[in-house]
Design a binder for this molecule. Structure first.
Ligand SMILES: [Zn+2]
Length: 298
């Protein structure tokens, strides 16, 4: 009935109908969503729920990974990105506990997860918006007693050589086992790591190879690997990425390596083609409508 009255009133021009675009309050319209999410410094007091997709979404009820646990330390605490879906927090704790059983590994250094309410970030990362992505440092932690300052300043060790075509001498069986443990976890959908590391693991794995399917070559990712969890069961507003193609993906990774070693010649640009559009910043209207509620929630 009320809708009818609104529609009728709109036809008669009595009220300006789209007072907001897709339920986005006027105060948020036309502004960059990252400004709002970057300013939220605690999770929302809501039930845990990711809304949207990995590079266009947010998280209700995000939890903070404790800065230090029995088998991990969160790094770069000033960024306040040690937040995520409860399943991600559990996953990091579980993985680090498994890693702590490897000889010489006290646990893990944990890099960026999500902002307290997820969403786009003021700097870095296009994904990590749902509270389901975590960057894990590849170096073997020398100790888990770093001060806050050390966690801010300590450099991570790169594991690559020849632009990522190969691993360097920092890579050991330990890294293989860490990535394998992560990829073998049923909660994990994908792992991103530099191509040389994937090929090294393809060459070194003599047992079951099923886990290799989830490990995908990607740019960067030689200081850390990136773990992406699947949408948790029952998370209706969460959009999974298509699963990786069947098979161990080793041929694709070898192709990445050969493209690094022998870069294909770039096609000359058509001088008459319009210049590529710069990527537009996300606004609240680009995100699922629930993300407005996530920001507005206490
Ligand atoms: Zn990442």
């Amino acid at each position: 009935m009320i809708t009818h009255i609104r529609a009728l009133a709109a036809i008669l021009g009595l009220i300006a109908l789209p007072a907001f675009a897709q339920g986005v309050p006027a105060s948020m319209q036309g502004k960059q969503a990252k400004q709002f999410f970057g300013a939220a410094n605690v999770g929302s007091r809501q039930g845990a729920a990711p809304f949207g997709s990995y590079a266009k979404g947010c998280i209700a009820g995000g939890l903070q990974l404790p800065q230090t646990g029995p088998t991990w330390q969160a790094m770069r605490l000033s960024r306040n990105r040690n937040w995520g879906h409860p399943q991600l927090v559990d996953f990091v704790a579980d993985l680090s506990a498994r890693v702590a059983q490897l000889p010489g590994w006290p646990g893990l250094y944990v890099g960026d997860m999500s902002q307290p309410r997820g969403g786009p970030m003021l700097s870095g990362h296009r994904s990590h918006q749902l509270g389901l992505d975590a960057d894990i440092w590849l170096m073997q932690p020398p100790r888990l007693s770093l001060s806050i300052r050390e966690r801010e300043n300590m450099s991570a060790t790169s594991m690559r050589r020849a632009n990522g075509a190969y691993v360097n001498s920092g890579w050991t069986r330990g890294q293989h086992e860490v990535v394998k443990a992560a990829a073998s976890d049923p909660r994990v959908a994908r792992i991103f790591i530099f191509p040389g590391a994937k090929v090294q693991m393809c060459n070194d794995e003599t047992g079951n190879r099923d886990w290799l399917r989830k490990v995908r070559p990607w740019w960067g990712h030689h200081y850390h690997f990136h773990v992406r969890l699947a949408c948790p069961p029952g998370a209706a507003g969460c959009v999974n990425q298509d699963p990786p193609p069947p098979g161990d993906g080793c041929a694709e990774a070898r192709e990445w390596v050969s493209n690094i070693l022998n870069p294909p010649k770039a096609k000359p640009r058509d001088p008459n083609a319009p210049a590529p559009k710069p990527r537009r910043e996300l606004t609240m209207a680009d995100l699922p409508q629930q993300c407005v509620g996530v920001l507005q929630s206490p």
